[in-house]
Design a protein around this ligand. Structure first.
Ligand SMILES: NC(=O)c1ccc[n+]([C@@H]2O[C@H](COP(=O)([O-])OP(=O)(O)OC[C@H]3O[C@@H](n4cnc5c(N)ncnc54)[C@H](OP(=O)(O)O)[C@@H]3O)[C@@H](O)[C@H]2O)c1
Length: 371
């Protein structure tokens, strides 16, 4: 049975609906029984509900006892996520989550990886839009030219309006303490995040991107032979078009604010935001992920993923991944990225009916080009 914790949130409800659509056997879990029952009746076909508290480890262990997979959608993860990871390892339950917070991913890898490997449990953080398609196309691109000198991963997205939970996670990401990967070591990202231009395929076109603490920086060196990974993000992912050019300049100031006493008022403002975008807005949100691997000796390979609706995609990936992990033959373990936990081409192909396509060193007009 699959346990979905954080089922009452914007993303959790999408995952619950997707699990129900697939006919999965699952339990909705969280801290509020009434809200869980409402979700069960509204979108999850009457799935059973269980209450457990993050502050009560025994309740989490009881929730997971004898279950096969835990999906966590309770964020921001840097604040809330760790008790569930610990309980998953202690009870021998495979684990997936929707985090996009690199700092939390580091906690999973550094604190729980070895114990998970000993327990025969797979811990797979960031199995959503952040960063599963990117990790999968990065693996396929690296595979073509390994050993890799430098891998670039570049994202373009104009958000349809983030969910309240995503904005709360962005506050965590902007607070700093994030890393890049160069010369085979994880190192602190410089505060300004730099900037450069990338030509994404039409209709996106050229965009200004900044260095970004994406998850691939952590996952790719764990599954591919790579010396340096650089992750880049379209400035329009952070701000409306007119304000996007200011992003590199205001980012260090934002980090200072979020580390000061102003953080409390900022969080209270975020709590008042609308819960998340409508289905129409989500489907209008197009994204691109470009990858380019330069071989350490010679040659290069380039890949690309294009699609829409990052929230629908996240729900699909989490439900699909949980089903794969629940199969009797699933044998991967330790803290691993999506492309190490699943076959990367199968992962991407499963998204085809959601209008996601990918390509490797094929049609450059579909992929775009690094300038
Ligand atoms: N990787 C991606 O592409 C991607 C996509 C979507 C979402 N996300 C991430 O997923 C997370 C959730 O996003 P969202 O929009 O669904 O947020 P949300 O609507 O605010 O939902 C948060 C969930 O966490 C639960 N929760 C909060 N505090 C809790 C606590 N102390 N104890 C137990 N449960 C608690 C909430 O339960 P209550 O209802 O009881 O408050 C709710 O179920 C965020 O971190 C977001 O960044 C990532």
């Amino acid at each position: 049975v699959i346990v979905l914790f954080g089922a009452t949130g914007y993303t959790g409800r999408l995952v619950a609906a997707e699990l129900a659509r697939r006919g999965a056997e699952f339990v909705l879990a969280g801290r509020d029984r009434d809200r869980l029952r409402q979700v069960s009746a509204a979108v999850a076909g009457g799935a059973p509900v269980e209450v457990a508290a993050l502050e009560d480890p025994a309740s989490l262990r009881a929730l997971l006892a004898d279950q096969s997979v835990l999906i966590s959608c309770a964020g921001p993860f840097t604040k809330l996520g760790e008790p569930l990871v610990r309980a998953a390892v202690e009870t021998g339950t495979h684990y997936l989550d929707s985090t996009g917070e690199q700092r939390f991913m580091r906690i999973v890898f550094d604190r729980y990886g070895e114990a998970a490997a000993r327990a025969g449990v797979a811990l797979v953080p960031a199995m959503g839009f952040d960063y599963a398609p990117g990790d999968a196309i990065a693996r396929l691109t690296c595979e073509a030219v390994e050993p890799v000198g430098e891998l670039l991963v570049a994202y373009s997205i104009e958000w349809p309006g983030m969910s309240r939970g995503t904005v709360a996670s962005v506050l965590e990401i902007l607070s700093g303490d994030e890393v890049g990967y160069s010369d085979r070591e994880w190192r602190a990202l410089p505060p300004g995040w730099g900037r450069e231009r990338i030509a994404f395929p039409d209709p996106v076109g050229p965009r200004t991107v900044v260095a970004y603490p994406a998850g691939e920086v952590l996952t790719v060196p764990r599954h591919s032979d790579v010396r340096t990974v650089r992750a880049l993000m379209d400035t329009r992912a952070f701000a409306p078009r007119a304000l996007a050019p200011l992003v590199p300049a205001i980012r260090p100031a934002a980090a200072r604010v979020l580390r000061s006493r102003l953080r409390g008022p900022v969080e209270r403002l975020v709590a008042k935001l609308p819960e998340g975008p409508t289905l129409e807005a989500r489907q209008a949100a197009e994204f691109r992920v470009l990858t380019r691997a330069r071989g350490a000796d010679d040659g290069s390979a380039q890949g690309g993923v294009r699609g829409r609706d990052p929230y629908g995609l996240t729900a699909r990936l989490l439900a699909w991944g949980a089903e794969q992990m629940a199969l009797p033959g699933y044998d991967r373990c330790g803290a691993i990225g999506p492309a190490a936990a699943f076959d990367p081409a199968e992962l991407l192909d499963d998204l085809a009916d959601l209008d996601v396509s990918w390509s490797l060193d094929g049609d450059r007009s579909a992929i775009g080009a690094f300038s």
